[in-house]
Design a protein around this ligand. Structure first.
Ligand SMILES: Cc1cc2nc3c(=O)[nH]c(=O)nc-3n(C[C@H](O)[C@H](O)[C@H](O)COP(=O)(O)O)c2cc1C
Length: 368
C-alpha cells in the first residue's frame, strides 16, 4: 500500500489545531426533534466520528433563524435557547473523544421543503428552482417559486447568522462553516441563473459573491474572531448536478481572494470528483482555491480511497480531506486506514427511505 501518512499530520486552520487532515463532511440526517433540538442519539453519532479518528467533525447544515432558513422537517437549528442548550452534548461527545467540532450554518432559501410555522420561501430572485424536492428528506414534487428577498430580510438574515454564530461560540464549537454550496440561499446569490438581480448583489461574479463576502465578514466581526469562520462552495447543487461556474478560472480568481480578504479562515470545496481538472486550468477546483488564495483549503468529493486522498494532500491541492459517504460507511475511517484495516463500501440502503439515524441503525442491524 502506498504511503498515506501525510493524512495523519497535524495542521492548523486559523487559531485551530487539528490532529490530522481528516474531516467528516457535513451530512444532514434529519434526526433532530421536530422543534430543531439535537438529541442524545445525535451526540452519540457525532461522537463516534471523533472516536474513529477524525480530527474535525463538521456537523450537518443547521438553520439559523425561525423565519425562512429551515429546509427540512427534523433538521436541527441554532436559533433559540433550547436549541442552543441541546448542542452541548454533541460538542462534549466530540471533544471527549479527542476531536474538534465545526458547525455548518445554512439558509435554505428557495430550496426549502419543510419547516415549522411558516410557508413560503425567500431567494435573491423569484425563480422557481430546477429539479424536484429530495424524497429522502420527506420532500415531494417541485419546489415553490420563492419571493424576492427584501432589503430588510437581507439584513435580518445576516443578523441571524451572527446571532447563531454567537450561540455556537458559547456552546464551545471550535469552528464555523457557512454553507455557500449545493444550491441553498448563498449559492442562489452566487449562481448566475438563480440571481437575476440588478442591484449590487446581482450581475457579475463580484456582485454575486457579495452576499457571501458580507456574511463572512459580519459573522467574524460578530464573534470577535473567537473561532475560525470558513465557507463551503461548490459548482453543482442538490437540484442541479451539472452547473459549472460560468467564468471558469476567472470566477475563481475573483471569488477566492474576496473571501480571503473578508477574513475567511478556510475555503471548503466540494465536487463530485474532487480530483477532476476544471476549466482547463491544470488543476482541480480546490487546487484553484490554493492558487488564488493563501488560506487552508478543505476538499471533499469522491475521496474515500486513502491513496487518492493522500495524493491530493501531497500535490498541495488541499490541506484537509473531508469524507462524506465513505465516512457514513466507516465512522472510524481514519483509525482503519492508519491500522491498515479494510474499509466498508458505502451502501445507499443506509439512507433510505429517509436519511435519518433511525434508518441507518435499522440498516446496520440487518448487516450484523
Ligand atoms: C445524506 C447526506 C447529507 C448531506 N448533507 C449535507 C449538508 O448538510 N451540508 C453539506 O454541505 N453537504 C451535505 N451533503 C454533501 C456531503 O457533505 C458531500 O459533499 C457529498 O456526499 C460528496 O462527498 P463524498 O463523495 O465524500 O460522499 C450531504 C450528503 C449526504 C450523502
Amino acid at each position: 500500500m502506498s504511503d498515506t501518512s501525510n493524512l495523519f499530520q497535524p495542521t492548523t486552520i486559523g487559531t485551530l489545531t487539528l490532529k490530522n487532515r481528516l474531516a467528516v463532511s457535513p451530512m444532514t440526517r434529519v434526526s433532530a426533534t421536530e422543534d430543531g433540538c439535537a438529541t442524545a442519539q445525535m451526540a452519540e453519532y457525532y461522537g463516534r466520528y471523533a472516536a474513529g479518528g477524525f480530527g474535525l467533525t463538521i456537523i450537518e447544515a443547521i438553520y439559523i433563524d425561525e423565519e425562512y432558513s429551515q429546509g427540512y422537517v427534523f433538521q436541527p437549528g441554532l436559533a433559540n435557547d433550547a436549541q442552543q442548550a441541546s448542542w452541548k452534548a454533541v460538542v462534549d461527545a466530540i471533544h471527549g473523544n479527542g476531536g474538534k467540532a465545526c458547525i455548518q450554518f445554512v439558509h435554505a432559501g428557495a430550496l426549502t421543503q419543510g419547516r415549522r410555522g411558516r410557508t413560503g420561501a425567500i431567494a435573491p430572485s423569484a425563480f422557481q428552482p430546477l429539479g424536484e424536492m429530495l424524497t429522502f428528506y420527506r420532500g415531494e414534487g417541485k419546489y415553490d417559486v420563492p419571493s424576492e428577498i427584501t432589503a430588510e430580510q437581507l439584513t435580518a438574515v445576516k443578523a441571524s447568522f451572527v446571532a447563531a454564530a454567537k450561540r455556537a461560540v458559547a456552546i464551545g464549537f471550535d469552528a464555523i462553516e457557512i454553507h455557500g454550496a449545493n444550491g441553498y440561499l448563498l449559492d442562489q446569490f452566487f449562481t448566475a441563473y438563480t440571481n437575476q438581480r440588478t442591484d449590487e448583489y446581482g450581475g457579475d461574479v463580484r456582485n454575486r459573491i457579495r452576499f457571501d463576502e458580507e456574511l463572512v465578514r459580519e459573522t467574524i466581526a460578530g464573534i470577535g474572531g473567537a473561532v475560525p469562520v470558513g465557507i463551503r462552495l461548490s459548482q453543482s447543487k442538490v437540484n442541479d448536478f451539472e452547473y459549472t461556474w460560468p467564468g471558469g478560472e476567472d470566477d475563481a480568481a475573483v471569488v477566492f481572494p474576496v473571501l480571503e480578504q473578508a477574513g475567511a479562515a478556510f475555503i471548503h470545496i466540494t465536487e463530485h470528483d474532487a480530483t477532476s481538472e476544471v476549466f482547463g486550468s491544470g488543476t482541480s477546483l480546490a487546487g484553484l482555491a490554493k492558487r488564488h488564495a493563501s488560506i487552508p483549503v478543505i476538499v471533499n468529493g469522491g475521496l474515500g480511497n486513502p491513496e487518492t486522498a493522500a495524493g491530493v494532500i501531497a500535490a498541495g491541492n488541499a490541506d484537509v480531506i473531508a469524507q462524506g459517504k465513505s465516512a457514513l460507511a466507516n465512522q472510524d475511517w481514519p483509525n482503519k486506514v492508519e491500522s491498515g484495516a479494510a474499509l466498508e463500501e458505502f451502501d445507499f440502503g443506509m439512507l433510505g427511505p429517509i436519511a435519518n439515524l433511525d434508518n441507518a441503525e435499522r440498516w446496520a442491524a440487518t448487516k450484523s
